[in-house]
Design a protein around this ligand. Structure first.
Ligand code: PLP
Length: 370
C-alpha cells in the first residue's frame, strides 16, 4: 500500500523525547526556545513564536493584528476550515474571495472586489505548498491592509528567494503529524515586527507577559508548546531542506510521467518559486476517461491512497452558508473542488512506487468507459 503521507520518526527522536522527560523541563523550556530560533533563522525573520498547533497560530496572529468584532478579513474558500475559523474566533467577519485556477490560491483581482471600509486584513493560504500571489502584497499596500500568510502547508517554499513565513506581516505554520515537518501537534508564528511578536507571546500564555507573570493586560489563552514536541520539531527542521528537495524531485518525476495524459492537468511551478509540495495535486478534467472519483477508486484498488483537498469549498458548508453564502458565488473554487486529486509525493516514496503511481494513472487513462 502506498500512503499519502508518512511521518519520518527516528531513534534519535525517541532518545531526545526521553531526555526531555528525564530533564523535568516539559513546557516552553529550552527546546521550545531553540525551535523558535531555528524557525526564525530558517525563514530569515526576526521573530518566531511557538504555539501548540497551527489553528492557535492563526488565532494568535489575528489577535496580535488587532482583528476584532466588526472587522472583515478576506480569505479563500478553498482551504481547511481552521483558516476561516480563526477569523470567527476573533468575532470578525469571514469574507471569501474566489481563487485562481492555475495556482489554487486566492486571486488578487477577486480579493479587490470584496474590499470594503471594514476590511482589515487578507489571509491567503499557500495551498499545497505553493506561495500565495505577490499581487496580494501590492493590493494590501494600496488599501492599507495587513497580510497574514497561512503557511501550514508551505514550510520550505519560497518566492523570489524569500521564504514562505517571510512574505507577509505575520505568518503561521502547523507542525501537525501529516505536515512537511511535524512535532505530532505544534504551531509556529513568524514576523519581523517586535510589537506583534510580544503580543503573540502574551496571548499564548494567558495574557501574561513573559517578564512579569500575574500581570494581566488582556485576554489570553493557553496555547503553549511542550518541550517534548519541540524535541521532535528540532530534529525535523534539521532535515527540512532534504525533505523539500526530495518532495520536489518526486514531483518532477510524477510530472514527467503524467504530463502527456489527455484530461489531466499537472501542477505548474512559476520560475520564481520553490514549491514545498506538501501535496502534489492534479486536476482530472472532463476529457479524462474516468471521473475524478472513479480514478481515486481505481488507484485505491491498486494500492495507492490519494486525497481530495478539499471536496467542498467552505462557503457551501452549513457553518458558512448561515452567513448568506450560496452556490455559484465562487465558481473557480467550486469547479476545482470537483477536479482535484492529490497523489503521493512524500519523501519516503521509493522509485518503484513512483513508477507504479504513474503506470496506474496511465492505465486508467486507457480504460474504456463502462
Ligand atoms: C493543517 C492546517 C491548518 C491547521 O493546523 P493544525 O496544526 O491542525 O491546527 C490550518 N490551515 C491549513 C491550510 C492547514 O493545512
Amino acid at each position: 500500500m502506498i500512503s499519502i503521507s508518512k511521518p519520518v520518526i527516528t531513534n534519535k527522536d525517541i532518545r531526545d523525547v526521553s531526555a526531555v522527560l528525564k530533564s523535568g523541563m516539559l513546557i516552553q523550556g529550552p527546546k521550545v526556545k531553540k525551535l523558535e530560533e531555528k524557525f526564525a533563522k530558517y525563514c530569515k525573520t526576526k521573530y518566531a513564536i511557538a504555539v501548540n498547533n497551527g489553528t492557535a497560530a492563526l488565532h494568535t496572529s489575528l489577535y496580535a493584528l488587532g482583528i476584532k468584532q466588526g472587522d472583515e478579513v478576506i480569505t479563500t474558500p478553498f482551504t481547511f476550515v481552521a483558516t476561516a475559523n480563526s477569523i470567527l474566533m476573533q468575532n470578525a467577519k469571514v469574507i471569501f474571495a474566489d481563487i485562481d485556477e492555475e495556482s489554487f490560491n486566492l486571486s488578487a483581482s477577486e480579493i479587490e472586489k470584496q474590499i470594503t471600509k471594514n476590511t482589515k486584513a487578507i489571509l491567503p493560504v499557500s495551498l499545497y505548498g505553493r506561495p500565495f500571489d505577490q499581487k496580494i502584497n501590492q493590493l494590501a499596500k494600496k488599501y492599507n491592509l495587513k497580510v497574514v500568510e497561512d503557511a501550514a502547508q508551505s514550510i520550505g517554499a519560497s518566492r523570489n528567494r524569500e521564504k514562505s513565513g517571510n512574505l507577509a506581516d505575520i505568518s503561521t505554520f502547523s507542525l501537525y503529524a501529516t505536515k512537511n515537518i511535524m512535532s505530532a501537534e505544534g504551531g509556529m508564528i513568524t514576523t519581523n515586527n517586535h510589537e506583534l511578536a510580544e503580543l503573540c507571546r502574551r496571548f499564548r500564555h494567558h495574557g501574561q507577559s513573559e517578564q512579569t507573570r500575574y500581570q494581566y493586560h488582556d485576554i489570553g489563552y493557553n496555547y503553549r508548546l511542550t518541550d517534548i514536541q519541540a524535541a521532535i520539531g528540532l530534529n525535523q527542521i534539521a532535515k527540512l531542506e532534504k525533505i523539500t528537495d526530495k518532495r520536489n524531485e518526486n514531483a518532477k518525476k510524477l510530472s514527467e510521467g503524467l504530463k502527456k495524459i489527455p484530461g489531466i492537468i499537472i501542477p505548474n511551478i512559476p520560475k520564481n518559486m520553490r514549491h514545498a509540495f506538501h501535496q502534489y495535486t492534479i486536476r482530472i478534467t472532463p476529457t479524462f476517461k474516468l471521473t475524478r472519483d472513479e480514478l481515486k477508486e481505481y488507484m485505491a484498488q491498486n494500492g495507492i491512497i490519494t486525497g481530495i483537498y478539499y471536496p467542498k469549498p467552505l462557503h457551501l458548508h452549513p457553518h458558512f452558508e448561515k452567513f448568506g453564502y450560496k452556490e455559484g458565488q465562487f465558481p473557480v473554487a467550486e469547479k476545482l473542488a470537483k477536479e482535484v486529486l492529490s497523489i503521493p509525493v512524500h519523501p519516503l516514496l521509493t522509485k518503484k512506487e513512483l513508477t507504479k503511481i504513474i503506470e496506474i494513472i496511465n492505465n486508467a487513462s486507457k480504460k474504456r468507459n463502462a
